[in-house]
Ligand binder design. Structure first.
Ligand SMILES: Nc1ncnc2c1ncn2[C@@H]1O[C@H](COP(=O)(O)OP(=O)(O)OP(=O)(O)O)[C@@H](O)[C@H]1O
Ligand SMILES: [Mg+2]
Length: 575
């Protein structure tokens, strides 16, 4: 009820004239005046209207005022309605008390003093109005409290849900970190083992190659040596995959159009997979290029295809697709927002159960029978992709096939076409005086043997410091070949010092894995362990070429002689 809203005032008197008098007196109040000439009429009006004040004549013929008041009060709706009695005769105290007992709140004696009547009625009308306003406000307040309580309950429920979701996310992230730490430490361990193995394999392969030359006249000895070489080469393949997993392999990233690269290996793949497997491709040849080592990527795709083949012993379908893809923030774990090329290799094979899927990328985890799988395939792929700033994702279910996705960031670097070097004339053929710097005596001995077998003269030094002493004492050194990882001064540091003091003297580096940082390795001819005699010969020839060009201003072009991936592919295919 608004402040200006009128209230109803009921006037009850059997005499019409008196009703008119009251009407005249109270008209000034500006409220609604209802009139009743009998108790019955009064009750009727009361039931139909909200009445603020009832003005009752005490003496009425059918029902006197007190009886009417009692009836009004008896009704629950009118418990608080203000009743004012008007009486000319019964004004003794006893009458007043009877009136109050009947529910009167006030008494007006006759003759009525207009101002007094108006004042009394105004007070009760105002009280009624205020009470109504208060009630309305109260109801509104209750409504608002209820609304706020509901809002709070919703907010609370939402908060709880969010807390639950965050807790789950945190737990998942922690599990992931734990998993990454496990793989990381396995990687370190594997990398270390692979590094030592590379040195051992260098010795084995180097010596076997020399031995092979002595055995050419005895077919039986030759067979034995060849078998030993083959075994050692398998070992080299294994260490290169271990290094790939440990993310320490020497990568030679190039700007690569992945769909084109896949198109180029499809024939080889379908031959490798055999007739039981139906190979299909969906390649978007317009996809932008990425920076990745193309040989390693081929090897990775071959690994995935071989896994698919092994999962489909009774034949099936293998689909390889490559397309450009734009990723938003946090869309794929480990990858930022940006443009990628997504390679997907999916098969219709027997798939993996949850436990296998969880461990599939772990190095040395394999469900294949001994001799059938080393458990390094997926870890090699994962290592390569991670080392190329991408990510691998596997989706698989028992009985529902497997899909492996590789995502590689697209590269904005321009494609550099390699321009063949102009032929600068006849290569000098040596033999050369080679300073071999190697801290591992076994590796030094086998490398020396290979170089000597090539006709060169070898001077050995087991540290960079000794090498510098040799250089100062022996002015006839033509070429230096140094190991990178040595205690004290590294091979790269030695090369830099040699370049300063003996600018025309060519230096070649050998290393077990990618421990050189990009800048240092950029222009030093480099050979990856374990190497064959032929690769060593190529390194020496490359160094000699630089020697021949200009001894005082040697400029190297960063030639590398890594493990031949074609050989690795062949050995995988043969398995
Ligand atoms: N396409 C696939 N379908 C079903 N299971 C697969 C698939 N790819 C991998 N796996 C499971 O994951 C394991 C690990 O695979 P991974 O390629 O790392 O090693 P491997 O194939 O066993 O041995 P390797 O590749 O070294 O010869 C497999 O042994 C196999 O259980
Ligand atoms: Mg495999």
């Amino acid at each position: 009820m608004g402040a200006e809203e009128k209230v109803n005032i009921l006037l009850v008197d059997d005499q019409k004239a008196k009703l008119l008098t009251y009407e005249a007196i109270l008209g000034e109040l500006g409220e609604n005046l209802l009139k009743a000439q009998s108790a019955n009429q009064a009750l009727e009006l009361l039931l139909r209207h909200e009445v603020a004040v009832v003005l009752i004549d005490v003496c009425m013929p059918d029902l006197d005022g007190f009886e009417l008041a009692e009836m009004i009060r008896a009704h629950p709706r009118f418990q608080a309605t203000a009743l004012i009695f008007v009486s000319a005769v019964q004004v003794a105290d006893i009458d007043l008390l009877r009136g109050y007992a009947a529910g009167a709140v006030d008494y007006v004696p006759v003759p009525v003093i207009p101002d007094l009547l108006r004042a009394k009625v105004r007070v009760f009308a105002e009280l009624y109005r205020k009470t109504k306003q208060l009630e309305a406000l109260n109801a509104e307040l209750e409504l608002r409290v209820a609304e706020r309580t509901a809002q709070l309950a919703t907010a609370n429920a939402e908060l709880e849900l969010r807390v639950e979701a965050r807790t789950r996310e945190r737990e998942a992230a922690l599990a992931q970190v734990h998993e990454m730490q496990k793989v990381e430490s396995l990687g370190k361990l594997t990398g270390g083992v692979a590094h030592d193995f590379n040195n051992l394999l260098s010795v084995v392969l180097g010596n076997l190659e020399i031995l092979r030359k002595y055995a050419v006249h005895d077919p039986r000895q030759l067979r034995l040596v060849d078998a030993a070489i083959q075994g050692a080469e398998r070992g080299a393949t294994l260490t290169s995959r271990m290094l790939a997993f440990a993310r320490r392999q020497e990568l030679r990233p190039e700007t690569v159009y992945v769909p084109k690269l896949i198109e180029g290996v499809v024939d080889m793949l379908s031959r490798t997979l055999g007739p039981g497997i139906q190979l299909s491709t969906a390649l978007d040849l317009a996809a932008p290029p990425t920076r990745v080592d193309p040989n390693q990527l081929e090897l990775a795709i071959l690994n995935l295809a071989l896994n698919a083949r092994d999962a489909m012993p009774d034949g099936g379908k293998l689909t390889i697709s490559a397309r450009a893809e734009r990723l938003g923030v946090n869309e794929i774990t480990g990858l930022g927002k940006g443009d990628y090329v997504c390679v997907s290799v999916s098969d219709t094979g027997f798939g993996m159960d949850e436990a296998t899927l969880k461990r599939a990328v772990e190095p040395f985890f394999s469900t294949k029978s001994p001799g059938q799988g080393s458990g390094l395939g997926l870890s090699m792929v994962d290592g390569l992709v991670a080392q190329s700033q991408g990510a691998m994702r596997i989706c698989s279910q028992r009985g529902a096939g497997t899909k492996v996705e590789l995502r590689l960031p697209i590269s904005s670097a321009p494609v550099i076409e390699t321009v063949p070097e102009p032929n600068l004339g006849q290569e000098p053929d040596g033999p050369w005086r080679v300073l071999l710097v190697e801290d591992d005596p076994m590796v030094a001995a086998s490398t020396s043997a290979m170089l000597e077998d090539l006709g060169h003269t070898i001077v050995e030094a087991d540290s960079a410091k000794r090498a510098l002493d040799v250089l100062r004492a022996d002015g006839a050194i033509d070429i230096i070949i140094t190991d990178h990882a040595m205690p004290g001064t590294t091979g790269t540091e030695l090369a830099a010092q040699v370049r300063r003091e003996w600018p025309g003297l060519p230096v070649g580096l050998v290393s077990g894995y990618n421990e050189l940082n990009g800048e240092e390795q950029s222009d030093i001819p480099f050979l990856l362990k374990p190497y064959r005699q032929e690769q060593l010969a190529q390194l020496v020839a490359a160094l000699a070429r630089h020697l021949h060009r200009d001894r005082s201003k040697a400029k190297f072009d960063g030639e590398r002689f890594p493990v031949d991936t074609a050989e690795v592919l062949q050995s995988l295919r043969d398995r």
